[in-house]
Design a protein around this ligand. Structure first.
Ligand code: HEC
Length: 154
């Protein structure tokens, strides 16, 4: 054998550690400057008030890249670590009835907001950190506006 086993194990442990630091490490969230967006006040909205808003798209794109892409993938294309967020609203897209379609998007907005506010924590394991208290709702909805722009057509 070329290398003693201890060295090989050490190298493996090191690469696993650095991999998980990239994927799930405790990374400080990057502040999102939402001053250019219409303020939303303290009451949580149950639907994205910035749908299709160009400035929200801009703010959300950068906020996504800095805070979500490391787990959910660049341009929201998942590398398999976390769900592919382009597919979040996919069942709404194919809905033909206009009222049902609107209700579907609203329901997904609510689910999105709850996921981002509370994160994904099960049995003490943090799959995704909570963002409540880190981002204001302007930032959260701006990111949703970005995700809408990445939505899969069907
Ligand atoms: C540390 C990695 C990590 C970061 C950072 C992260 N997420 Fe997640 N996210 C996950 C994982 C893992 C899941 C799936 C959790 C589960 O198994 O329930 C998830 C689930 C979600 C879901 C639910 C998706 C579904 O299909 O059910 C949404 C929405 C979401 N994340 C949005 C975001 C947004 C927006 C950001 C950035 C503000 C973000 N996440 C940052 C790891 C992350």
């Amino acid at each position: 054998m070329k290398y003693p086993i201890r060295v090989l194990l050490g190298a493996a442990a090191l690469s696993i550690a650095s991999l998980s630091a990239v994927a799930h490490g405790p990374v400080t969230p990057q502040a999102v400057d939402t001053r250019s967006l219409p303020p939303l006040g303290d009451k949580w909205r149950d639907e994205n008030p910035y749908r299709g808003h160009p400035q929200a798209l801009k703010v959300g794109t950068s906020a996504y890249n800095q805070n979500c892409a490391r787990c959910h993938g660049l341009e929201a294309v998942s590398g398999g670590i976390a769900p592919d967020l382009r597919q979040l609203d996919k069942d709404c897209v194919t809905q033909k009835n206009a009222a049902k379609k609107a209700a579907c998007f609203k329901e997904m907005d609510e689910y999105y907001l709850a996921s981002v506010r509370k994160g994904k924590v099960r049995n003490g394991a943090v799959y995704m950190p909570p963002f409540e208290g880190v981002f204001n709702q302007e930032a959260m909805w701006a990111i949703k506006t970005y995700l809408d722009s990445r939505r899969e057509a069907n």
